[in-house]
Ligand binder design. Structure first.
Ligand code: NAP
Length: 274
């Protein structure tokens, strides 16, 4: 029997997840269906339970429901425990287990697809929203030399850093919160834009000389050349958008559900063409 999966969000029509999982299913020969479910802003819980009661096997969760999903599921595994956000629900024996594959996706894209080691590098993470909560522990476990978190509302960066304090020792020179102004005179090897600024053609107020020689500038926003990537490219940095992360986090969800690892490279190439 065909196993049912879906991505749930609001809005959700733009989601590339159905295309990605259809490619994974074709590659691996798994008999699954994968749809997009638009949940009303006040109707996430009801939509999830309806899907589960109809025999659904798993969900990806997107904006704005990742925090609500964390509260809804009965158990958390892996990075979801501390992230406080869930992007993958595994409906095992009608039990709901919440996981977060965003950070795994980001790290895999940076390290394996882009060939950029994180260990021993100076890393700047911009943003203190749901995406930053999802990626910070996996980033720290890569043992960067330091991880600096900057946010437009600086207090939120302070709260984020405090929340993940127990992982501080993974970064020998520290996990710290800074305002953008405080970045003057600092240079980073890997700069990750986990803000939504690019969606409105804006960018965080970075100082000019923030890119170390050979730096990688990574924007989680995908499918467009954001002002941050333009700014970084004009200052000699290597640039990447979030397409690879999107496909890698989907591959990790597919592995959790199906126990099979799809080949992500052709799917990333396909998405970059569309
Ligand atoms: P969120 O919870 O709404 O947080 C948005 C963050 O962006 C906040 O830190 C906010 O700062 C900051 N921000 C917004 N506009 C800004 C601006 N003009 N200048 C500076 N900072 C600004 O969103 P999220 O869930 O963290 O998602 C962030 C982005 O990541 C979204 O665009 C999402 O599409 C993308 N994402 C991509 C993937 C992928 O697979 N590629 C996965 C997850 C998320 P304040 O705190 O000051 O408001």
């Amino acid at each position: 029997m065909t196993d049912r999966y879906a991505v749930i969000g609001n809005p959700v029509a733009h989601s590339k997840s159905p295309l990605i999982h259809a490619e994974f299913a074709r590659q691996t020969g798994h008999d699954i269906s994968y749809e997009a479910i638009l949940a009303p802003l006040d109707g996430f819980r009801a939509a999830v339970l309806e899907f589960r009661d109809a025999g659904g096997k798993g969900l990806n969760v997107t904006l704005p429901f990742k925090h609500e999903a964390w509260s809804l599921v009965g158990a958390h595994e892996g990075y979801a425990r501390d992230a406080g956000a869930v992007n993958t629900i595994d409906m095992r024996d009608s039990r709901m287990v919440g996981l977060n594959t965003d950070g795994v996706g980001l790290v895999r894209d940076i390290r394996h697809n882009l060939g950029c080691p994180i260990r021993g590098r100076r890393v700047l993470l911009m943003g203190a929203g749901g995406a930053s909560y999802g990626v910070i522990e996996p980033l720290l476990r890569e043992q960067p030399l330091e991880l600096v978190v900057a946010n437009r509302t600086p207090e939120k960066a302070v709260v984020l850093v405090a929340h993940f304090e127990k992982f501080q020792s993974f970064a020998p020179e520290g996990l710290v919160a800074r305002s953008y102004v405080e970045l003057r005179g600092r240079r980073f090897d890997i700069l990750i834009n986990a803000t939504s600024a690019g969606l409105s053609d804006a960018m965080p107020p970075l100082p000019d000389a923030v890119f170390a020689p050979g730096a990688l500038a990574y924007d989680l926003v995908y499918g467009k050349r954001t002002p941050f990537l333009e700014f970084a490219g004009a200052r000699g940095a290597r640039t990447a958008d979030g397409t690879g992360m999107l496909v890698e986090q989907a591959a990790e969800s597919f592995f959790i559900w199906r126990g099979a690892r799809p080949d992500t490279a052709p799917v990333i190439a396909l998405l970059k063409k569309t």
